[in-house]
Design a protein around this ligand. Structure first.
Ligand code: FAD
Length: 423
């Protein structure tokens, strides 16, 4: 091991664990201390709203790394410990147990937390968030109770996590109402035809979907949620409310240390913050995007909430630590499982891109492509994993394609020539 000051990582989830792993793989020899305030060993979050709630997976299958991984790689894992204060000038970090650590490098991989729900009734029992394993176990227990009583569940917020929870509960026979304030679902991610497809998919599978409806309050009986009251007077009786209203980045340490924060910690493509020796990646980071891509008239930076962004951002940070800088230029991608539908999203579409449908939405197997000045910049697929994988390569290679080619299912996407580096 080196004799310098350690790499201290705050946040023991995707970005933090990937950084520790990649740093070791690349030969980083200093001490690595990985601090996480959750008490569970680092675990996978996507199955919390998918496999765990449907019963397709169990808690013992969620570990992010094998039990020996941290010891074998000489990574000191401090769980159940919270970093409370950062002094970026003295390069020290204080912990909630009274201890303090000096660092050579500090990585803020603090992720995000659920946006607070502030309407009357938010404090009632049976009003639950979903971010952590403990949250998922609470929803799981509440769902089991609903199955016994036949009561309804309400999901507030029709984003990906809300829809996954709704689908999981419905697939267990529970009556579910999804309440979304916007007139349509997922309008920030999807064009109108895709939003309409998702809405139909949920309604056809028995979800009551109320779009364009705002919640006024939650009502309880004996301290437990009993109904959701909507603006306009409608009341929906229920025994469980799951909140899917988005997340806020955990930027407090950075803010308090005077580090630039704007919808997340502002970082470049190597994860460098405005403070020397302080780095960030994952859900907490608002990362610069490559400008020399097909997305060149898109935003200059973005805070992405995905496993891919956390892992690729962490890899870029690790490359910086060992002096072999590899900026994060990966094509963003994301997935969501709802009922038997696998949605896979690659690239960053903009509202004025040309939208091309390939396949028939009625079959639940199709792709939607996005062209910007003839360049493929994004693809959304449903139950088409091979087209998703190929699209990622094509988007990364900035290939030029026509709408007619993309719409033609006999046009083989695998035969589109790629520059050697992108194959
Ligand atoms: C239910 C669910 C389903 C999802 N499904 C998908 C999916 O299908 N595909 C996909 O790509 N993404 C999915 N995501 C998003 C994905 O999980 C996140 O993008 C990813 O977890 C981000 O990783 P991260 O390491 O940046 O942050 P996080 O996973 O949020 O981890 C940050 C960690 O830091 C800890 N922490 C924060 N502050 C401190 C502190 N001061 N001291 C110590 N520890 C601290 C937090 O408690 C947390 O454990 C899902 C998320 C959820 C909740």
């Amino acid at each position: 091991m080196g004799a310098g000051k350690p790499l201290v990582i705050v946040g023991a989830s995707y970005a933090g664990v990937q950084l520790a792993a990649s740093a070791r793989e690349l030969g980083f020899e200093e001490r690595i201390v990985l601090i996480g305030d959750e008490t569970h060993a680092p675990y996978q979050r996507p199955p919390l709203s998918k496999g765990l709630l449907t019963g397709k997976t169990t808690v013992d299958k969620l570990a992010l790394r094998g039990p020996d991984f941290f010891a074998q790689n000489n990574i000191e894992l401090l769980l159940g410990r919270r970093a409370t204060t950062l002094d970026a000038v003295a390069q020290t970090l204080s912990l909630d147990d009274g201890g303090a650590l000096g660092y050579g490098w500090l990585a803020l991989m603090t992720g995000a937390r659920c946006r607070p729900f502030t309407l009357p009734g938010a404090e009632l029992d049976g009003v639950l968030n979903l971010r952590t394993l403990d949250d998922a176990l609470r929803i799981e227990a509440a769902a089991a109770a609903l199955m016994a009583t036949g009561q309804r569940a309400c999901v507030i917020g029709g984003g990906f996590i809300g829809l996954e929870v709704a689908a999981a509960l419905r697939s267990r026979g529970i009556e579910v109402t999804v309440i979304e304030a916007q007139p349509h679902l997922l309008t920030r991610s999807f064009p109108p035809a895709m939003s309409a497809y998702v809405e139909n998919a949920h309604r056809r599978r028995g979800i009551e979907l109320l779009t364009g409806h705002a919640v006024r309050a939650l009502h309880g009986e004996h301290g437990r949620v009993a109904a959701v009251a909507l603006e306009g007077g409608r009341r929906i009786d229920c025994g469980l409310v799951v909140l899917g209203i988005g997340v806020l980045p955990n930027t407090e340490l950075a803010q308090q240390a005077g580090i630039a924060v704007e919808n997340g910690i502002v970082v470049d493509m190597l994860g460098r913050t405005s403070a020397p020796q302080v780095l960030a990646a994952g859900d907490v980071a608002n990362m610069a995007l490559p400008t020399a891509s097909g997305a060149s008239n898109g935003p200059a930076r973005m805070r992405l909430e995905s496993i891919q962004a956390a892992n690729d951002g962490a890899r870029a940070v690790a490359s910086l630590l060992v002096g072999r800088e590899q900026p994060c230029t990966a094509v963003p991608w994301f997935w969501s499982d709802q009922f038997e539908l696998k949605f896979q999203m690659a690239g960053l579409p903009a509202h004025d891109d040309e939208v091309v449908l390939r396949g028939d939405m009625a079959t639940d197997r199709f792709s939607v492509f996005y062209l910007r000045h003839g360049t493929l910049v994004a693809a959304h697929t449903v139950n088409k994993p091979a087209e998703h994988m190929q699209s990622r390569k094509l988007i990364g290679a900035h290939v030029q394609l026509t709408a007619a080619e993309l719409a033609d299912e006999s046009f083989d996407l695998k035969r589109v020539p790629l520059p050697v580096a992108a194959t």
